[in-house]
Design a binder for this molecule. Sequence first.
Ligand code: RFL
Ligand code: PHB
Length: 389
Amino acid sequence: MRTQVCIIGGGPSGLLLGQLLLKQGIDAVVLERKTRDYVLGRIRAGVLEVGMADLLRQAGVANRMDAEGFIHEGTIISNNNDQFRIDFKKHTGTPVIVYGQTELTRDLYDAREHSGGKTIFNVENVVINDAKTESPYVTYQLDGIEHRIDCDFIAGCDGFHGVSRKSIPNTVRKEFEKVYPFGWLGVLSETPPVSHELIYSNSDRGFALCSMRNANLSRYYIQAPLTDKIVDWSDNLFWDEFKRRVPENIADTLITGPTIEKSIAPLRSFVSEPMRWGRLFLCGDAAHIVPPTGAKGLNTAASDIHYLFAGLVQYYKERDDAGLELYSEKALARVWKAERFSWWMTSLLHRFPDQTDFDLKMQATELDFLRDNESAQSVLAENYVGLPY
Ligand code: RFL
Ligand code: PHB
């Protein structure tokens, strides 16, 4: 088989790139290790920057997001019972859109099926070959039979555990990593959200986040030790702990119910440089991970796709490879800013096992400063709604 761009990974990065390319008449095949249902079963991000929303519109997959997504013009930050609001609209003129990654991925799969884009599921043993030549190819197995796709370019959109990043030799690749000593225990519950804006809560017992998916579906998180087991967190234990970490008025009005999903995700900051090796381009989680506190994981994947898509269009329409040459540099410049913001938000809002009394005072003072200082709020707002592409 031959295609112009072979996309490894059918998560949001790969699917978004596939749809954008299809609209430009550029042929792409998506290889996915799992099934569509498996990919759609993963509950992940919820906040979209307007830059990402625009990209989804450009790809022609934004109708449901525009109809059902929630426009958020601000967010609440709390420190025990002290609460204040960051006004995105006032500081940046821009809101964010709350629309779940699961729904967005479903829209992308539906659009792909509708437009006849080729997706191959359940692929095994994907291998990237000759990425440093002008004739790269990808081999994989399906039902035990070996297949080969010849292509012009390979987009490595296969997430943190994929093969793409690891195909770049160790001598070329430099990895930067910070692993946090806790995770996020997240639940989904069929209850109305406790607040119409997200609440990021620092408390003496650790971090908590109130988020949502729709009018009757809430997403709540608490910081938890990585050694905790899901089976030990009954719904009652979760709600009790959650209520202790949010301001009293929120705890008092919270509607609890049986949870329909519960999982613990580790927190990590990670960047792999460069994001291009010959004709292989890494995008999204394949190249970088952020802790979720800044809601940047999915959005940074989208900005990578923006740069790669622009470079590919320039190559195919103008026979100019300048955009592709600059891909890694441009993508990384934005990635590192998202890393900085996510690391800062994480440091501001969590309890760390080795925090000294001095560290705690610094954290509390940083929160007081943010509460009282419009410029600091403006910096947070600018980063949260998304830096320009
Ligand atoms: P994904 O979503 O991991 O998709 C990669 C896809 O590639 C497939 N794959 C392969 N396919 C073919 N061959 C191989 N060898 C393959 N190896 C893997 C996988 O099956 C998968 O379908 O990466 P992508 O597309 O770059 O999208 C990135 C986002 O998913 C990610 O940044 C965010 O979800 C991160 N993230 C969160 N971000 C937020 O902004 N807010 C959140 O609340 C949030 N929660 C999360 C998260 C990431 C998590 N992970 C990765 C464990 C919660 C979790 C649990
Ligand atoms: C979510 O709704 O899952 C969510 C929202 C904001 C974050 C992280 C996760 O910062």
